[in-house]
Design a protein around this ligand. Structure first.
Ligand code: IFM
Length: 456
């Protein structure tokens, strides 16, 4: 593999991505309210290792050290998320100044280090008070989200280069409200489709709210896209792949980028009658003009029909019986197959719909069961993963796809949702006892790659 930084435009965004609940800690300071993840993490059996994000990486207090690490790695961009309950502790009403001040300190520090800020407004930490009123199953949460987006963009506007409204609404809707594997841990089956609709409505209402506060704002959304390939050409496998593609990709891509819902998915989710009264008006809101699209890419799905013994997957409530197959033994610690070329396929999904829109890979990375040897982490597997995906990005650009950035998930090992601290994705190891940071070999490799000298 001979990919080099020189294969990318000079203004290409090279960053890492993080999320508030996964790395900030400090959940009870400076007036922060309670989020659905605070509550969910405490519910019995929800988290693999019984941990919470109460301390996480203590990024709230150590952000200067973390920004310095990014600068030392040679990164020019940073994608982080803002914790809604730090800004509006109960999800509505006046802003909590201390919460805004934290993010102001962070963006100032980034600016001082020449690192562009990509701020995500919703990476899953909904204020619990809003969940108590129905959460994303309640239409009014979309209005509350737009208010919050306006407050934050008003306060931070000049310090933020790019705004991202939502991170991975598929996860919020289906892992949160169908599978119950993520907060708020509800299992409402197909009704989770309504949460998906309200999330997208929130996105569409937030876009003009951000622009009203910061007219020159660059605004986008981050979707997690997963190619869904039928295992064989048998009609039942093709049908299974259609369902998964619809629920994972088209349900979000089509309304946001083309202002239309895919009929087959609306039918799968039995959304039609419920949507009918507001459908056209809502779609006009959801398709608000945006400036770029973020894609989180991890792997490609190979899908086939299940037999009657197949366990229904609750995160895919309409797809029973469907099975996910392995086409490779090369997997990360999450069990996810390593399929670098899929990154070109997901970029194409966006580009085919909206050829004029710039696209950034806003997350890509891998968990491995790292070992510390003499204080170092020789994570050759992660380095090879990153190299192969960066190489695929270079090929995407060579093919003419408008890729403008690549963000690695993640900077520092952190709290991986239902997996707690048991999965490590970082370029930098965190000792969860001392909170000491140590750059792994993959981080050293990235620094060399970004320094632009050697081909990888
Ligand atoms: O840690 C998550 C992140 O919060 C959202 N995208 C996937 C990552 C790895 O699972």
């Amino acid at each position: 593999m001979t990919v080099s930084r020189r294969d990318f435009p000079t203004d290409f965004a090279w960053g890492t991505a993080t999320a508030s609940y996964q790395n900030e800690g400090a959940t009870e300071v400076d007036g922060r309210g309670t989020s659905i993840w605070d509550v969910f993490a405490r519910s019995h059996g929800a988290i693999n290792d019984g941990s919470t994000g109460d301390v996480a990486d203590d990024h709230y207090h150590r952000f200067r050290e973390d920004v310095r690490l990014m600068a030392d790695l040679g990164l020019n961009s940073y994608r982080f998320s803002i914790a809604w309950p730090r800004i509006q502790p109960t999800g509505s009403g006046a802003a909590n100044q201390a919460g805004l001040d934290f993010y102001r300190r962070l963006v100032d520090e980034l600016q001082a280090q020449g690192i562009a800020a990509y701020a995500t407004l919703y990476h899953w930490d909904l204020p619990q008070s809003l969940e108590d009123e129905g959460g994303w199953l309640d239409r009014d949460t979309a209005n509350r989200f737009a208010d919050y987006a306006g407050i934050v963009s008003e306060a931070l506007g000049s310090g933020v280069a790019h705004w991202i409204t939502l991170n991975e609404p598929w996860c919020s809707a289906f892992l949160g409200y169908a599978a119950g594997a993520h907060a708020p841990g509800r299992r409402v089956g197909k009704l989770a489709g309504r949460a998906a609709h309200h999330l997208m409505l929130g996105h569409g209402l937030a876009v003009p709210a951000i622009r009203a506060a910061d007219p020159s704002a660059s605004v986008g959304i981050t979707l997690n896209l997963t190619p869904s390939v039928a295992r064989t050409e048998r009609p039942e496998d093709v049908e299974a792949a259609r369902r998964i593609d619809g629920l994972t990709n088209r349900l979000f891509l089509d309304p946001v980028l083309t202002g239309a819902y895919p009929d087959d998915v609306v039918e799968d989710l039995e959304l039609g009658d419920w949507l009918a009264p507001t459908k056209d008006a809502d779609l006009a809101v959801i398709a608000a003009p945006i400036d770029f699209v973020g894609i989180n890419y991890y792997f490609r799905n190979t899908v086939g029909a299940g037999d009657h013994d197949t366990e229904p997957r609750l995160d895919h409530p309409t797809s029973t019986p469907v099975r996910f197959y392995s086409t490779t033994d090369r997997r990360t610690h999450m069990g996810w197959p390593i399929t670098p070329d899929g990154i070109i396929e997901v970029i194409s999904m966006v580009h085919d719909r909206r050829p004029e829109l710039p696209i950034a890979i806003t997350e890509n990375g891998a968990a491995y069961d790292d070992r510390v040897e003499d204080g170092a982490v020789h994570d050759e597997d992660r380095r090879a993963f990153l190299e192969s995906h960066i190489d695929a990005c270079a090929r995407a650009i060579e093919q003419g796809l408008p890729l403008v950035g690549y963000f690695i998930w993640t900077l520092t090992d952190n709290w991986e949702w239902a997996w707690g601290f048991s999965r490590r994705f970082g370029l930098v190891r965190v000792d969860y006892g001392s909170l000491e940071r140590t750059v792994k070999d993959s981080g050293q490799w990235l620094a060399g790659f970004l320094a632009g000298g050697d081909d990888a």
